[in-house]
Design a protein around this ligand. Structure first.
Ligand code: NAI
Length: 494
């Protein structure tokens, strides 16, 4: 069952809006960065005229982001960037809006629900890029994208590529086998949309001033496009603001990884062996979370620097093959593909819990698992599946290999997302207000200036009772920096 008005919204159930609104109200209290931006920019409305297509997990925290963008003047359409990550009550509350009712919704168009099929997922992504015809019959589209993982940006780029070469690009979804289900779905969508309007995607692309990208994996795709000279508009890499990746990716995961495992399985972590693939920002948060629960943590890495860091932090660095029959938890955090193969899965200890917290589901070969002779799958509850091998051993797979903190729980908590999303809002303002000026952003990938990164951190200090020491004039001169910041050189690594 859905509540929907075609072209305007499609969510699970608008009657959940009241619960969603209460959760949004409490989240606002925990998101001082976003609320400070509303106070600072509410009057000047820097996003008036911005039409933002948002593709980011439709959670309660994202609801506060959406209403911050609209408070700054933007029009917004929203979809989730993962089939399992929507909180249906948040989606309902955003469609209804603060002043509407389920019978008279007055909020923002949302196309998202928990448990979408792949076809539905891409249709929702399409919906945020197609805006209703205006009163004067001018077709409009978005002029900004706010992305997480890059699927909205990808759809526009692949659509344009299809128009130019007259065929669906082979690597519709980079890193996926050419004929994977996902690639076939995207191809089908492009074919259908271009039958209606052969210049559909270039018309959309021409209007887009830029994108602000949330996560490591999406940023990686943007740099690849820019290097190939294929990037169609400006891009701000939000992920590599220090106040994003060194907080959300690490401290957010430290909270939401055990949350996902607990809600899914309620299996004690203390005393068990936990294997974490990857010791980047997400891996560091994951390993710390397991250690905090008293687990014995082992880590794998391909990068000698990160491997050495893990060792110095006190974790044994292993290869997955070394611990298949020992580890009770296997968590991937790499953003890479084929990190846990079907062969690995088939060799794991009985009742091992397996999950991915990196952006895409290709880190764990679930499709290959289904092909293991004699294997069977039992649904314990939604997003928790037991796979049993012919010898009677079984493993528990979370969220079908998709990011488990959003599939099995509700993602990162509000306070950390306030940091990430304050960067998003500032990024949107930067691109939108500077477009067409001498300071405008070109078709490249940019990071926000350090002063703005420091501003985001500053907005969160009072809530934690932090008393910052101020530089004296002579100390500032001694260090050769401005007393008001930026405090570090660009190459400083935190
Ligand atoms: P990162 O680049 O800092 O860390 C990834 C690490 O994995 C690197 O150190 C790399 O050397 C290592 N690695 C790559 N291939 C490997 C392999 N085959 N075996 C072992 N290690 C390998 O990236 P970050 O920021 O930690 O992000 C990781 C993933 O998590 C990305 O896909 C990102 O988009 C996603 N992410 C997910 C979040 C969530 O809420 N679930 C939040 C933030 C990021």
């Amino acid at each position: 069952r859905f509540d929907e008005v075609p072209g305007r919204y499609k969510v699970r159930d608008l009657s959940l809006a009241e619960s969603g609104r209460h959760q949004i109200r409490l989240a606002e209290h925990e998101m001082p960065g976003l609320m400070a931006l509303r106070a600072e920019y509410g009057e000047s409305q820097p996003l008036r005229g911005a039409r933002i297509a948002g593709s980011l997990h439709m959670t309660v925290q994202t609801a506060v982001l959406i209403e911050t963008l609209t408070a700054l003047g933007a029009e917004v359409r929203w979809a989730s960037c993962n089939i399992f990550s929507t909180q249906d009550e948040a989606a309902a509350a955003i469609v209804v809006g603060p002043t509407g009712t389920p019978e008279d919704p007055r909020g923002v168009p949302v196309f998202a629900w928990k448990g979408e099929t792949l076809e539905e997922y891409w249709e929702c992504t399409e919906q945020i890029l197609v805006w209703p015809v205006t009163d004067d019959a001018t077709p409009t589209g978005p002029n900004m994208i706010l992305d997480d993982g890059g699927d909205a940006t990808l759809l526009v780029h692949q659509g344009v590529a299809y128009e130019r070469v007259g065929a669906v690009p082979a690597d519709t979804r980079p890193g996926e086998p050419d004929h994977s289900d996902e690639n076939n779905v995207v191809r089908g969508l492009l074919r259908r949309t271009l039958q209606d309007d052969p210049l559909r995607w270039s018309t959309i692309a021409e209007q887009i001033l830029g994108v602000t990208e949330e996560t490591t994996t999406g940023v990686h795709r943007l740099y690849q496009l820019a290097e190939a000279g294929r990037l169609l508009f400006a891009a701000i890499n939000v992920n590599d603001s220090v106040t994003k990746s060194k907080f959300d990716n690490k401290y957010g995961i430290r909270h939401s990884l055990p949350d996902g495992i607990n809600r899914a399985t309620d299996v004690l972590m203390g005393g068990k062996v936990a294997f974490v693939a990857g010791y980047g920002d997400v891996g560091k948060g994951a390993a710390e979370a397991f250690r905090g629960q008293g687990a014995r943590v082992v880590v794998s890495e391909i990068d000698p620097i990160c491997a050495l860091q893990a060792a110095m932090d006190g974790y044994q660095v292993v290869r997955i093959e070394d611990v298949l029959d020992q580890a009770d938890f296997f968590i991937t955090t790499t953003g890479n593909k084929d990190v846990i193969t079907a062969e690995h899965l088939a060799g794991m200890k009985d009742k091992a819990i397996v999950g991915n917290i990196g952006h895409f589901d290709n880190e764990i070969d679930i499709a290959g698992l289904a092909d293991v002779p004699g294997v069977s799958r039992t649904e314990i509850k939604p997003q928790v599946h037991e796979w049993t091998f012919p010898d009677g051993r079984s493993i528990i797979v979370l969220s079908e290999g998709r990011l488990l903190n959003l599939g099995n729980a509700t993602g990162h908590p509000s306070f950390v997302m306030s940091n990430s999303f304050a960067n998003q809002v500032i990024g949107q303002i930067e691109i939108f207000t500077k477009a067409g000026t001498d300071d405008g952003y070109g078709r490249e990938v940019y990071r926000l200036p350090k002063l703005l990164d420091e501003k985001v951190a500053r907005l969160h200090l009072d809530a934690l009772g932090v008393r910052l020491t101020e530089l004296t004039k002579s100390q500032a001169e001694y260090l050769g920096i401005d007393a008001a910041g930026p405090y570090k050189a660009e190459h400083y690594r935190y």
